[in-house]
Design a protein around this ligand. Structure first.
Ligand SMILES: *Cc1c(COP(=O)(O)O)cnc(C)c1O
Length: 380
């Protein structure tokens, strides 16, 4: 049996007619950048996330970068974030000239640990604390970070919150959607995300009129009116074709999310039924609603061998992420040491994402679970 980590061809087969119809009008119009399709998507996403505004941009990475720029964060400033995330989170902070400050993660949810955040803030020298401008929590794998605790610290210090919600469209925290829990919500339409385009794309949500205006101006090089520049922005524009595809897919997103959640529940039942619950640490659902951008398991040892074994048996799996950001070579200038954030380092060594995509069948899941059991029992 073959079980890919994600099967976008299956998804496309179910929406092909809609996609072709939605994009044909764009070919006819020859209007490819921003415009009515992007504006339509912006209204749909702000309604979906429960925010006043949304601004379509060129990628999830650019959503982070543009948000930092719109907040006026730059050289000399600091932004607090998680070291256990995709590189773009801290990469964006460094690219505007600011300094990433890491906290450890919670070992159950893999999201920023509020206790560690508190400790990091407490032991920061006063001058460094004054230079912090924002916290950038990541809603990793499709589950929101502990936003009440994070917001409390942000409020105390008058820091902004920039949510990296690239993996979390539709995730909820106490009834509020990801993207509506801070000052900026940054989303990615990279094809493998839960809501993906046919290429790069992203969007920023906000409730602030001021930040909305800044995002819109900086998205087109800071020209406002066109060719008059009070600010230096960049080209962060979203294509009409991507917007049209994402609009088509957004109508199906809640069904796909329900299928991912059902698959996650089925894995748990299968782990129980197969006596694997003590061996496999399944993802903890701390906050409703987890949208399972990834289903990430943890095993005590032999992660590399398990990965190799599953791949050999035609089961897609991936390590997100093998090196925590505080130990990346490019951030050595920050002076972080191995052992500084033990939960992040542990997760980087022991976790593995297995298939959870909506079209995954029960038979495929049973095969994945059987192979993991074979691996544990040492009888491949
Ligand atoms: C995918 C992702 C990004 C970057 O999005 P792109 O659209 O690929 O630029 C940023 N942060 C996280 C957590 C992501 O998963």
């Amino acid at each position: 049996m073959n079980v890919p980590l994600l099967d976008l061809k299956l998804q496309y087969a179910s929406i092909k007619d809609e996609c072709l119809k939605a994009t044909e009008a764009i070919y006819d119009s020859q209007y490819f950048i921003l415009g009515p399709h992007v504006e339509a998507l912006e209204s749909e996403i702000s309604a979906y996330c429960g925010t006043r505004y949304a601004v379509g941009v060129s990628s999830g990475t650019d959503a982070l970068l543009l948000s930092l720029m719109a907040a006026g964060i730059g050289p000399g400033d600091r932004v607090v974030t998680s070291p256990y995330t995709f590189f773009a989170t801290a990469g964006a902070i460094a690219r505007v000239g600011a300094i990433p400050v890491f906290t450890d993660i919670d070992s159950e949810t893999y999201n920023m640990s509020p206790e560690s955040l508190n400790r990091v803030v407490e032991k920061m020298p006063a001058d460094e604390k004054r230079s912090v401008r924002a916290i950038m929590p990541v809603h990793l794998y499709g589950q929101c970070a502990d936003m009440d605790e994070i917001a409390m610290i942000a409020q105390q210090h008058d820091w902004l919150i920039i949510e990296d919600a690239a993996q979390a469209i539709g995730a909820e925290y106490k009834g509020k959607r990801a993207g509506s829990l801070g000052d900026f919500g940054c989303f990615s339409f990279f094809p493998s995300k839960n809501l993906g385009g046919f290429g790069d794309g992203g969007i920023v949500t906000t409730n602030s009129k001021h930040f909305y205006d800044m995002l819109v101006i900086l998205r087109v090089h800071g020209g406002h009116p066109k060719y008059y520049h009070k600010y230096i922005g960049g080209n962060f524009r979203l294509d009409a074709l991507q917007a049209a595809i994402v609009s088509v897919k957004l109508k199906h997103l809640d069904n796909w999310t329900a299928a991912r959640q059902a698959n996650a529940q089925r894995y748990r039942q299968m782990f129980d039924a197969e006596g694997l619950s003590d061996y496999i640490k399944a993802p903890m659902e701390k906050h409703d609603r987890h949208i399972y951008n990834q289903f990430v398991i943890e095993i005590p040892s032999g992660r590399a061998e398990l990965k190799g074994f599953l791949l050999k048996n035609n089961i897609g799996c991936e390590i997100y992420y093998p090196v925590p950001l505080h130990l990346q070579e490019c951030f050595s200038y920050l002076g972080c040491k191995a052992g500084e954030f033990p939960n992040a380092e542990h997760a980087a060594k022991h976790t593995l994402a297995i298939p959870v995509f909506p079209e995954l069948t029960t038979q495929q899941q049973a095969y994945v679970v059987e192979k993991i059991k074979n691996f544990r029992d040492g009888n491949p």
